[in-house]
Write a protein that binds this ligand. Structure first.
Ligand code: SAM
Length: 251
């Protein structure tokens, strides 16, 4: 998988993308990342990428020309034109389903906005416009790293253990992940559920499923509607939602 970003701050990516699992996945050739400086597609002495909005108003907007020219150039490079992703608080909400869809692309180019936003005409270049949540960030770079992180976890070999990504929240039948514990079995008066110490895999699996349903009903009741549950499981989930409490762990 090839990721590229077009940004006026191309230096901000590497501390995060070169560390830990993402760094290892890059070194293993599972993905590559290249940041392009948008100012390389300007033609004036000040390398200007922004201008004042028509009609007045606060702040500056990113000009269309450098972004159009950069995308012309970058699309002509490489074997295949990239899937172009823009970011905006007005975009489609990024979630695990979108991450799964993007993980099937070969080459993704993120265009990272700054200032008060981007000239609207530039969005004609977008294959996707994504928002990572209902809040306003200073720029699209963090959003690009959020998307890259979530997508890389889905690429074969990235996590080492192929099952890890399958088991996580949202990936497993649209439910949140079950509670997990490590040693010690008892800490500050809080005991790990006995079933997890039993070594009985069938009981452990049943407990995890039940715990995942309970946590989803408590914390994300909106997911219960679409989660594939048996009639019995759905009735229990709806009971938890109505009561506002379950039997197990709390955050
Ligand atoms: N004036 C714009 C508005 O109100 O919709 C916000 C522009 S924001 C200050 C600058 C850039 O940050 C955006 O172009 C986008 O690239 C990025 N950004 C801000 N909030 C974001 C969010 N929730 N999700 C993804 N990107 C975001």
């Amino acid at each position: 998988m090839i990721f590229e970003a077009l940004s006026v701050f191309p230096e901000v990516f590497s501390p995060y993308l070169d560390a830990s699992i993402l760094g290892r996945a890059q070194r293993a050739g599972i993905f590559s990342f290249e940041a392009h400086d948008l100012r390389d597609w300007t033609h004036d002495r000040h390398r200007t990428v922004d201008d004042a909005p028509f009609g007045g108003g606060q702040g500056m907007l990113m000009k269309p020309a450098p972004i159009f020219e950069a995308l012309d150039d970058l699309s002509a490079r490489g074997e295949k034109p990239p899937h172009v992703v823009f970011f905006s608080p007005c975009g489609e909400r990024f979630d695990q389903r979108v991450a799964e869809r993007l993980s099937r692309e070969e080459r993704i180019l993120f265009v990272c906005g700054r200032y008060e936003g981007i000239d609207e005409r530039v969005y004609t270049l977008a294959d996707d416009v994504l928002s990572i949540g209902d809040y306003v960030l200073t720029g699209g770079e963090l959003a690009a790293m959020v998307v890259i992180d979530a997508v890389v976890r889905l690429l074969p070999g990235a996590l080492g253990d192929e099952l890890s990504a399958v088991d996580e929240s949202f990936s497993q039948a649209g439910l949140l992940e079950y509670a997990q514990y490590t040693r010690p079995a008892s800490y500050r008066g809080m005991d790990v559920p006995e079933v997890l110490l039993s070594g009985d895999h069938a009981r452990v699996d049943a407990w995890r499923r039940s715990n995942a349903i309970e946590r989803t009903a408590l914390w994300r009741p909106d997911l219960i509607e679409t989660a594939p549950l048996s009639d019995e499981e759905r009735a229990r989930a709806l009971g938890i939602i109505a009561q506002g409490k379950g039997e197990g762990e709390r955050r």
